[in-house]
Design a protein around this ligand. Structure first.
Ligand code: PEP
Length: 251
């Protein structure tokens, strides 16, 4: 049984004060929720303050990115050790905005993934196709290559921690969601690649989140699909009330 996992990716939103106020509200709404895993991904500057609010709740803390080295002359980067010290247990790797605006490649994401595994962080690896790729019938090929390259030679012993987020780029922040059937087809494809790369047991246990304009109104239908194990939520996670409605999709 895969436990659903919901992540709130706040991107470059919220001052420390705003972040604290949002998690205080979220704590009131879902602080005691059982049966699902919930993680917030605030900007780096708010991690410490958010951690203090989340103490003694079931809500986890994650970062939106990291570098693969533990320390060194890498101006502007944050290391996995620094994230652990701040109380992060999760990290998003290879979000499409990082690929698009900051030149992240599958090779770099693979290095980050190995670093996350070796230091015990739970990586949320993002994959997804662009609109032209989908229109040209290339969506499956693109996602398979992303997965193969991002997961190359990962330590199988640690791969049970892996979370994949399938986020079609044309659905991120656009208000356009993949239909539950489109999402399920891609999730099934991803599980097939995991099976080939990591074996049956791991492929069956790894959570695959859907991301792309998830809202309280569409989460139920998405979660009915057999290979969708939660959501990575951008815009709708900025308000505690809408994120909480997504997390409580069953009610
Ligand atoms: C995201 O940033 O990962 C995302 C899915 O954003 P949104 O929910 O706003 O489409």
């Amino acid at each position: 049984m895969r436990r659903p996992i919901f992540g709130g990716n706040w991107k470059m939103h919220k001052t420390v004060k705003e972040a604290v106020s949002t998690v205080e509200d979220l704590k009131k709404e879902i602080g005691d929720i059982e049966g699902v895993e919930v993680v917030v991904f605030p900007p780096f500057t708010a991690l410490d303050a958010v951690k203090a609010v989340l103490k003694e709740t079931r809500i986890g803390l994650g970062a939106q990115n990291m570098y693969w080295e533990e320390k060194g002359a890498y101006t502007g980067e944050i290391s996995p050790l620094m994230l652990l010290e701040t109380g992060c247990r999760y990290v998003i790797l290879g979000h499409s905005e990082r690929r698009q605006y900051f030149g992240e490649t599958n090779l770099g994401i693979n290095k980050k993934l190995k670093a996350a595994f070796s230091l015990g962080l739970v990586p949320v690896v993002c994959v997804g196709e662009r609109l032209e790729e989908r229109k040209n019938g290339k969506a499956e090929e693109v996602v398979v290559v992303q997965l193969r390259e991002c997961l190359e030679k990962v330590d199988l012993q640690k791969a049970q921690k892996l979370v994949i987020a399938y986020e079609p780029i044309w659905a991120i922040g656009t208000g356009e969601t993949a239909t539950p059937q489109q999402a399920q087809e891609m999730h099934r494809l991803i599980r097939g690649v995991l099976l080939e790369l990591l074996g049956e047991e791991l492929a069956a246990s790894i959570r695959i989140q859907y991301g792309g304009s998830v809202k309280p109104e569409n989460i139920k239908d998405l979660m009915r699909q057999s290979d969708i194990d939660g959501a990575l939520v951008g815009g709708a996670s900025l308000q505690a009330s809408s994120f909480a409605r997504i997390i409580r999709y069953k009610e």
